[in-house]
Design a protein around this ligand. Structure first.
Ligand code: TRP
Length: 333
């Protein structure tokens, strides 16, 4: 039997180049080797968007379109929607007894996210405990592997702790997942300052128009010390070259451009024009596919609903085993 992979995204915005490099690209490859589930984590998205369910709803279709347009293939990958999988909610309730409040408060990702959000009415209990819900996501599918970025490592760690405690209390039932860390470091934003995060205005979306792409590329941050064309320039922390490395196919040409830039004599505008060419070439087929898919949204939702049906079968099976191990399977006794 193939190893099982589960990944997911919160539907809170359209996906961008950072997502492509960090996760979508590897999902397109992994779907050929593994049994892959990709989950639209709408329940998790609601933990900090409780006042705005419409935002979550609107972004579900965007996420699905992004998945399909980059080549996640519903014949190979099962795409499903978290809120339509009741076993996950039930598992979460049982797992909540296996973790302490102080342990949740120590989760580095939660701490980091709390700093970035300003929950005016206090921290929602659902937000503090979403790592438990994520443990339910992962174990419900009996996933062996979770491909993710560094920021998700604490979630996997917490999942393993819950699994170990469960197995200690109730007998060997669940398996500990392993993270497959994304090989590529986070893609910097077009402003060079920070990761390409959904909350900052420094990203190029997969669905951007050719005009938007050009505008964003031409206003990209480069080497601030490269004032004159003839000055030697830095290519290492230079977002334009970082993007060329990530998306350019002509490695020889890029190496020659880097050498020229470092020597001096290559202007930023020329490099940006080339990057624009590269990104237009990369994003055009994705956009064309997206536009075609967009013509029949019902068919897109159906893919997710069909995937969810399949997800409900495997996760219900896990729930059954969990209840049996906990000896709360009263009807079977
Ligand atoms: N926490 C993940 C994120 O913020 C999304 C997510 C939810 C997830 N459930 C998951 C990722 C299960 C991997 C596995 O991106």
């Amino acid at each position: 039997m193939k190893d099982i992979i589960l990944t997911g995204d919160r539907p809170t915005g359209k996906l961008h180049l950072g997502h492509y490099i960090g996760s979508l690209k590897s999902r397109v490859e992994l779907q050929n080797k593994y049994k892959q589930y990709v989950m639209v984590a709408d329940v998790q998205a609601l933990t900090d968007n409780a006042d705005n369910p419409q935002k979550v709803r609107d972004n579900i279709i965007e996420l699905l379109l992004d998945y399909l347009s980059v080549g996640i293939d519903p014949n190979k990958t099962t795409i499903c929607i978290q809120s339509m999988i009741p076993a996950i909610a039930e598992l979460t309730i049982f797992y909540l007894n296996l973790v302490s409040v102080s342990r949740l408060e120590r989760n580095p990702t939660i701490k980091q996210e709390l700093k970035m959000r300003n929950f005016s009415g206090g921290i929602p209990a659902g937000f503090l405990t979403y790592p438990v819900s994520q443990a339910a996501d992962i174990t419900a599918f009996q996933a062996n592997f979770v491909p993710a970025g560094e920021d998700q490592a604490p979630m996997i760690e917490q999942t393993c702790e819950i699994v170990r405690r469960f197995n200690t209390y109730y007998g060997e039932t669940l398996k500990e997942p392993k993270i497959i860390l994304s090989k590529t470091p986070r893609l910097v934003g077009t402003d060079g300052k920070s990761k390409m995060s959904k909350s900052l205005r420094n990203k190029i979306y997969l669905a951007d128009s050719p005009d938007d792409i050009e505008k964003k590329v031409m206003s990209m941050f480069t080497d601030p010390n490269h004032l004159n064309v003839n000055d030697p320039g830095n290519t290492k922390d230079n977002p334009v070259f970082i993007y060329l490395d990530a998306f350019g196919e002509d490695k020889e040409k890029i190496a020659a451009m880097k050498a020229h830039y470092e020597r001096g004599g290559l202007g930023d505008v020329k490099v940006k024009k080339y990057l624009n060419e590269v990104l237009q070439g990369f994003l055009e087929p994705i956009r064309i596919k997206r536009e075609a898919l967009q013509k029949d949204l019902k068919a897109i939702y159906k893919i997710a609903f069909d995937g969810t049906k399949e997800a409900n079968i495997v996760t219900a099976d896990t729930l059954k085993n969990v209840k049996k191990a906990m000896r709360i399977n009263y009807q079977d006794m």
